[in-house]
Design a protein around this ligand. Structure first.
Ligand code: H2B
Length: 174
């Protein structure tokens, strides 16, 4: 069950290793993928940045994230609302994440184990968070490049294929 995605912070990133058309289709197209990225304006990080320049990028990223958070959406039928250019969209990518509300703490650990088995098989690993005893969030990005690569989408797709319903809190009647 797809859920709202948490605002994510920082991480400057280099150019994704996956073709741009594929990336934008997966993220914004008809894949019905349950992962999403949080869009925050960041500048491209050029691989091999010196650490202090990277620090500047991270600070700038943090500021840019707050810039967006301070902005206001316009009505979607507004003449001011224009489609984002591909270049502009790719400047906004951070990492993939997904959240679940599990039945209890133990079920959260079981979810970690199921996700962990996939990660170990793939040799590619998510960041795992279990907060407030039953709120699970996993985040996926490629640490080696400091951004998104096709590995992240492969891992996300495999995790989306897991049957986790028995671990999740039953939806309360509306
Ligand atoms: C050698 C092995 O590929 C690396 O240590 C892997 C392990 N899992 C990983 N997982 C993620 N998300 N990013 C990485 O850069 C990464 N590197």
């Amino acid at each position: 069950m797809a859920t709202r995605f948490l605002p994510l912070t920082q991480f400057s990133f280099s150019k994704p290793q996956v073709p741009l058309a594929t990336l934008s289709h997966i993220l914004f197209g008809g894949h019905h993928g349950r992962f999403s990225t949080q869009v925050e304006k960041i500048r491209w990080n050029h691989v091999g940045e010196s650490s202090n320049r990277n620090l500047i990028y991270r600070f700038r990223t943090f500021c840019a994230i707050r810039d967006l958070a301070a902005k206001k959406c316009v009505p979607c039928n507004s003449k001011d609302l224009q489609a984002m250019t591909e270049e502009s969209a790719t400047e906004y990518l951070l990492k993939l994440n997904r959240s679940w509300r599990v039945r209890n703490f133990t079920k959260g650990l079981e979810l970690f184990q199921l996700v962990g088995n996939v990660a170990e098989t793939e040799g590619h690993h998510p960041d795992l968070h279990l907060v407030g005893w039953n709120n699970v969030t996993i985040e996926i990005w490629t640490h080696a490049v400091g951004g998104l690569t096709e590995n992240d989408f492969i891992l996300a797709a495999k995790i989306n294929g897991l049957d986790l319903h028995h671990l999740l809190r039953k939806k309360t009647a509306a």
